[in-house]
Design a protein around this ligand. Structure first.
Ligand code: FAD
Length: 362
């Protein structure tokens, strides 16, 4: 966004190479809308697997099915793209604009300009240190963010008690490729199957041993990636310090339920870039006190909106995680009826699907 306005942008990453793991899968509708102008959405749609329905099975038997044809968006499906593919497409798009991520380059420290005009930052590449001035510093450096620590912003919250594990795995040819599946069984952990295309699926469970829960009839085959993890619920109560901002996991982390983490980070980044672009195109010679105050107000508004959006997203993810984790017999009774009822009421169905897809009206 910024580089298209010819604003000089550097993106640094301390890792030698991009992460190879599939991690986040769901690219939601709002993200596709935000990235449409960059051309990346088209590429994501071409690369991803389109999921057109969701079924609920209890003890191995299908009890309800919800079609996604009512999603209030031209894309009436959920798009699943492995995060490493999404990141590669974003990096390609940056390269086309002449920006290459500077790897093995670590952010070390920042000293903010006392007049709020940016920061002086220290970077380390190999053994070499570099100090440089930037008009904006954006920390997108993940849950253990060094930028957040340098800005003195707290990251309050706690670890959830839940265990999660996932596996990306080949399943048999009879397993539906365009339908995701939620599996419940009496006294068993929650299991979900997300199809990735070409016979590959993500299976995720709120249990440390997902592979032991895969039904025999799914004909589990080659494993591509597995991970077991606990998650935390944390969020900053600020996003801005002068001309420094936090986006993505540096500012909020939560459970994978609902597939919101990566989407929320992209949304943070695009909305901030648009706002910075608006301010950088103004000739500094023309800037007066009123304009400066108006700009500050816009950034404070951005911060308020992002905090509210993160708070709401964490609440949704918490609720979905709690529903997934409950092993009560009541859930087995209520869930199929709830899904059937949703199917019968178009307005409710539209609401539920909008929540699932995070779809806004086009
Ligand atoms: C197992 C797993 C499954 C997940 N599943 C989902 C899912 O289904 N849906 C979903 O939406 N999300 C999911 N997530 C979360 C999602 O992957 C994250 O929300 C997303 O990666 C956050 O992106 P980010 O860029 O903010 O942080 P990160 O992806 O953590 O990237 C931070 C980057 O900053 C770099 N960095 C760190 N410190 C420094 C420094 N000092 N200097 C320079 N560079 C630095 C790192 O090398 C890294 O490349 C999952 C995560 C995991 C681990």
């Amino acid at each position: 966004m910024l580089s298209r306005e010819k604003a000089a942008v550097r993106i640094i990453d301390r890792n030698a190479a991009p992460a190879a793991e599939s991690r986040a899968l769901l690219v939601n509708h709002h993200t596709l809308d935000l990235l449409r102008d960059t051309g990346v959405s088209e590429k994501l749609l071409a690369a991803g697997n389109k999921v057109r329905s969701m079924k609920l099975t209890i003890g191995g038997h299908e009890r309800a099915r919800l079609g996604f044809d009512f999603i209030s968006h031209p894309n009436r499906f959920l798009l699943l793209v492995p995060q490493n593919v999404t990141e590669a497409l974003l990096a390609d798009s940056l390269r086309e604009l002449g920006i290459v991520v500077e790897r093995r380059t670590e952010f070390v420290a920042a000293r903010m300009d006392p007049k709020g005009l940016g920061a002086e930052i220290d970077l380390r590449t190999g053994g070499a240190m570099e100090t440089t001035r930037v008009s904006w510093l954006v920390g997108a450096d993940g849950a253990h963010s060094a930028v957040r620590k340098a800005l003195g912003i707290e990251f309050p919250g706690a670890a959830y008690e839940y265990d999660w594990s996932l596996v990306d795995i080949k399943l048999g040819p009879d397993i539906e490729q365009d339908c995701m599946e939620l599996c419940l069984a009496r006294g068993a952990p929650f299991l979900a199957r997300l199809p990735l295309g070409n016979g590959k699926h993500r299976i995720i469970a709120n249990d440390p041993a997902v592979e032991e829960l895969i039904p025999d009839e799914w004909e589990a085959g080659q494993v591509f990636w597995r991970s077991a993890f606990k998650v935390s619920h944390r969020m900053t109560d600020r996003r801005l310090v002068g001309r420094a901002a936090l986006i993505g996991d540096a500012a909020h982390i939560h459970s994978p339920a609902g597939g919101r983490g990566m989407n929320l980070g992209i949304e943070d980044g695009v909305t901030l870039a648009n706002l910075i672009r608006e301010t950088t195109v103004i000739d500094p010679a023309l800037m007066n006190k009123e304009m400066e105050e108006a700009m500050r107000t816009r950034f404070r508004q951005w911060e308020r909106e992002r905090l509210a959006r993160a708070r709401a997203t964490l609440a949704i993810s918490d609720r979905l995680q709690a529903i997934a984790a409950t092993q009560s017999a009541m859930k087995l009774l209520v869930m199929p009826w709830a899904l059937r009822l949703i199917n019968l009421l178009p307005s409710v169905k539209r609401e539920v699907l909008a929540l699932l897809a995070d779809a806004r009206q086009p």
